[in-house]
Design a protein around this ligand. Structure first.
Ligand code: CO8
Length: 260
């Protein structure tokens, strides 16, 4: 599949998707959002891909937000539609059933921070800066930043970040729980690939059900989420990978999961 603004590379079970508009610090215009949708759907349905890494081209930026050139001229109706369209694409990332690692190689601002928050795991270069600076443009986040940020770091911290628009360094983002790990900038992709390889070796159906249990379960009342979890537990017990995992443990050897 050909893209103008994305690079897609496969390395065994790991796919690396790079937002490739370095001249505008990888800002997300409408075309890029559309290409992301196509790429994510392709990766979701590719059984050979078990983990996806998303990063930004160049040294400086992961994604510096939605493309302000487009925001500046859009009508209110278009603005709403564009926000909803982007939200659907980010939901696809969150619900693709495979871990997605954001390798945050620089600025993750506005829509860039929102995209990172839709990923399963965030690894940041020690040079990265994160934030939701929309308030400084006189707008609000539109790709679910008000919702995911509050769920990840808590309401009080989210409100401070959203209302100040401050860019925070990677270490501060780590302290808040906004990123999982901070690594030296030069090691970022190696760390992301190594983490991806660890996740790719896990049982894919169990991985998918854990993602589903957490993401769907958090939107349910606790008692229903527990039943949902128990049902997934029952289902996963029917997999060959469950037999392999438990047998390997009892035989004191490493399990080889096949995704069945
Ligand atoms: N959109 C368009 N162009 C951008 C963007 C952007 N978000 N960010 C940077 N650029 C461009 C600059 O205009 C500049 O272009 P040129 O070389 O032609 O002048 C080039 O990238 C390099 O940027 P700078 O010269 O500004 O680089 P600096 O190192 O001086 O600064 C910053 C880097 C701090 C990242 C700075 O570029 C900046 O503040 N960028 C904007 C960050 C921002 O406000 N992001 C939020 C955007 S709004 C948003 O994300 C809303 C999401 C929901 C949208 C829902 C519907 C569409």
């Amino acid at each position: 599949m050909a893209f103008d603004n994305l690079l897609l590379e496969r390395d065994g079970a790991v796919a690396v998707l790079t937002i490739n508009r370095p001249k505008v610090l990888n800002a997300l215009n409408g075309q890029t959002i559309d290409e992301l949708r196509r790429a994510i759907l392709e990766l979701k349905h590719d059984a050979g891909v078990r983990v996806v890494i998303i990063t930004g081209a160049g040294e400086k930026s992961f994604i510096a937000g939605a493309d302000i050139n487009e925001i500046a001229v859009q009508s209110p109706i278009d603005g709403r539609e564009h926000a909803i369209r982007g939200q659907h694409v980010f939901d696809l990332i969150e619900h693709m059933g495979k871990p997605v690692i954001a390798a945050i190689n620089g600025y993750a601002l506005g829509g860039g921070c929102e995209l990172a928050m839709a990923c399963t795991i965030r690894i940041a270069a020690d040079t990265a800066k994160l934030g939701q600076p929309e308030i400084n443009l006189g707008i609000v986040p539109g790709y679910a930043g008000t919702q995911r940020l509050a769920r990840i770091v808590g309401r009080g911290r989210a409100l401070e970040l959203l209302l100040t628009g401050d860019q925070i360094p990677a270490q501060e983002a780590h302290r808040l729980g906004l990123v999982n790990r901070v690594v030296p900038a030069g090691d970022l992709m190696q760390e992301a690939r190594s983490f991806a390889a660890t996740l790719a070796a896990k049982a894919p159906v169990a991985v998918r059900y854990i993602l589903e249990a957490v993401h769907k379960g958090l939107d349910m009342p606790f008692s229903q989420a527990q039943i949902f979890e128990a049902t997934l537990f029952g289902l996963v017990s029917a997999t060959e990978d469950m037999k392999e995992g438990t047998t390997a443990f009892l035989e004191k050897r490493k399990a080889e999961f096949k995704g069945r």
